[in-house]
Write a protein that binds this ligand. Structure first.
Ligand code: OGA
Ligand code: NI
Length: 341
């Protein structure tokens, strides 16, 4: 049989082999997840409530969502529905192509767990690939060539998502009482932009395994596109897992660690995971916007005063990534940079 990097996508097994089965204390406990949740849905096209500068009703809605959830849906975001659908369909086609190119780096996540025999790697019920993107420069030579439309469709998607990142970073900056371009400047020159496609095949037993383990994203914010009608993403709020059910024609925006630090803890990076379901395959595409390794991150000076002392020390993004690669268990990476109160 011809081997492809995407085994699950092309030949999903009907039962879980033991190397997918998590020990009891790592299982998702789906019965404890609330059946539905009121994640904020924010309409970006409400011009009546935003004039592009300073505070506005739109800015306060976003700000509230950033404080309370670290995650929200956006609708009327300016990226055409057809383009989103075309993008998901070229991404899906990448999973079935046999002509796998080195441009799409396949990644199969695992979790290290303690079993009787010692530390073991348990595989996640998902298959992912990632590649860079760029909002202004031509980066098409870095993209997969299969299916043939991939490059053209993705380049257009990246251009639109680049504009959306600018807009969101500006709204979030204003929510902190800062200049429109403040966060973008602080995330710095030559940001590292990459995307990750996640495919979750239907799973014979969603209680025994997980699609993506709980984590915080690394960079500034993430723009996630997901297929409609299939849930899987969950977030922690007040110690409980909540589902983030897909909203038609929306993106999920989630805040990542560098925004929590830059905002001196006012806005929170959201802890999230993806679980599986028995019936339907699920596909999502996350676009990420990270600082480059030399960028120094720390609480923005304008947000610091006697009442608000800095909660984190300064570090370079390289240092952050070193801690990330060494991290163990459930400890969060930014805890390593916390200052004593
Ligand atoms: C990610 C992620 C969630 C999802 O790619 O970082 O959290 O719903 N994905 O696929
Ligand atoms: Ni994530």
């Amino acid at each position: 049989m011809e081997m492809t990097p995407f085994q699950l996508a092309n030949n999903t097994p009907l039962s879980l082999s033991p190397n997918f089965v998590l020990p009891v204390n790592k299982r998702p406990n789906l019965l404890n997840v609330l059946p539905s949740a009121s994640i904020p849905i924010i309409d970006l096209n409400d011009n009546n409530i935003d004039d592009g500068q300073g505070p506005s009703p739109l800015v306060s809605k976003i700000s509230q969502a950033c404080e309370e959830y670290g995650l929200f849906h956006i609708i009327n975001h300016g990226v055409p529905k057809e383009l989103c659908q075309k993008t998901l369909s070229v991404v899906r086609a990448q999973y079935v192509t046999k002509d796998h190119t080195k441009q799409a780096k396949a990644l199969n996540y695992y979790q290290k767990v303690q079993k009787y025999e010692g530390i073991e790697k348990v595989k996640m019920w998902s298959e992912t690939f990632s590649h860079p993107w760029h909002h202004t420069e031509d980066f098409t030579h870095l993209l997969p060539t299969n299916p043939p439309q991939y490059r053209e469709v993705f380049a257009e998607y990246a251009r639109k998502i680049g504009e959306l990142f600018d807009r969101l970073l500006s709204l979030i900056s204003r929510g902190l009482g800062l200049e429109n371009d403040c966060l973008k400047r602080r995330i710095g020159e030559r940001p590292r932009l990459n995307c990750q496609a996640n495919y979750y095949p239907p799973c014979p037993d969603p209680e025994l395994t997980i699609g993506l383990p709980e984590h915080n994203d690394l960079g500034s914010i993430a723009v996630l596109l997901q297929v409609e009608g299939v849930t899987g993403l969950q977030v922690i709020k007040d110690g409980k897992w909540l589902p983030v059910d897909p909203v038609p024609n929306a993106f999920v925006i989630n805040l990542a660690d560098q925004i929590q630090v830059l905002s001196n803890g006012k806005f929170q990076s959201v802890r999230h995971r993806a679980v599986t379901n028995k019936l339907l395959p699920r596909l999502s595409l996350g676009m990420f916007y990270n600082p480059n390794y030399d960028t120094v991150i720390g609480p923005i000076e304008d947000l610091i005063d006697e009442e608000h002392p800095p909660k984190y020390r300064k570090y370079s993004f390289k240092e952050y990534m070193e801690v990330f690669y060494r991290q163990e268990g459930k400890r969060r990476v930014i805890e390593a940079f916390e200052l004593p109160p």
